[in-house]
Design a protein around this ligand. Structure first.
Ligand code: URA
Length: 228
């Protein structure tokens, strides 16, 4: 067998146990240059599971997915379609940050086929543990890893497909691509992203607990997050 996370993945649906084991993963070489494993995060009964490519610079430092600029776009778009963060389990198909130095900055480097394949058992274990109502894949790397290499985001974004374990799955662009576009193009790209997530939102039977305006406007600091 080639490089694989499989020997490191415990046979359990307990997310905490999976997370602890993932911290020790040596299934490919990416752990060597990363600060830490960035495992998925969210409630075990999440309605929505969303997967990106790999953690970015901020995620690598903090050890949590989607806490950087791309995460900002993602959470804003989910909010727009009525999906609260508490309903989402967020992860990546590759769980270590791959980068190359450019001056003092660490620039994202795309994971290669071997690394993507090696990391698949972690995603499979997360999907088994969560069994979401809808799976959302962000960008070509995540979509191809889960749906097969012939998948084309440009042609099939926003379309509900049958994913692994028969779970309804929708792919869309990666939120970082929205950050790379400018001005009017960015607005349009964000609108199209929201439209794709709205397709996913239709699969969520449990309505968001929040009512009216977005949570950060309607809730006081002290009550925010106290209801699970
Ligand atoms: N981009 C991703 O694909 N995942 C993250 O966690 C952050 C940025």
């Amino acid at each position: 067998m080639g490089m694989s996370a499989a020997p490191f993945v415990p046979d359990t649906r307990d997310l905490d146990a999976l997370r602890r084991a993932a911290a020790e993963c040596r299934g490919c070489e990416l752990w060597k240059n990363a600060t830490q494993t960035v495992f998925g995060e969210g409630p075990p009964d999440a309605d929505v599971m969303v997967a990106g490519e790999q953690p970015g610079d901020q995620e690598d430092k903090q050890g949590r997915p989607f806490v950087g600029p791309a995460g900002g776009v993602l959470w804003r778009a989910f909010d727009r379609v009525g999906i609260a963060r508490e309903q989402v389990y967020a992860t990546n198909v590759v769980k270590h940050f791959k980068w190359e130095a450019r001056g003092k900055r660490r620039i994202h480097k795309a994971p290669n086929r071997i690394e993507i394949v090696a990391c698949k058992p972690w995603f499979a274990a997360e999907l088994d543990a969560i069994t979401p109502q809808i799976l959302v894949l962000l960008g070509a790397t995540a979509a191809k890893s889960v749906l097969g290499s012939s998948f084309r985001v440009t042609r099939q974004r926003g379309v509900v497909l049958e994913g692994p374990n028969g779970i309804p799955t929708v792919a869309t662009v990666h939120p970082s691509s929205i950050l790379r576009s400018e001005d009017e193009g960015r607005k349009q790209a964000f609108g199209e992203f929201v439209r794709d997530l709205a397709v996913a939102a239709e699969f969520v039977s449990r309505p968001s607990r929040r009512r009216g305006p977005p949570a950060n406007e309607s809730r006081s600091q002290s009550s925010a997050g106290s209801q699970r």
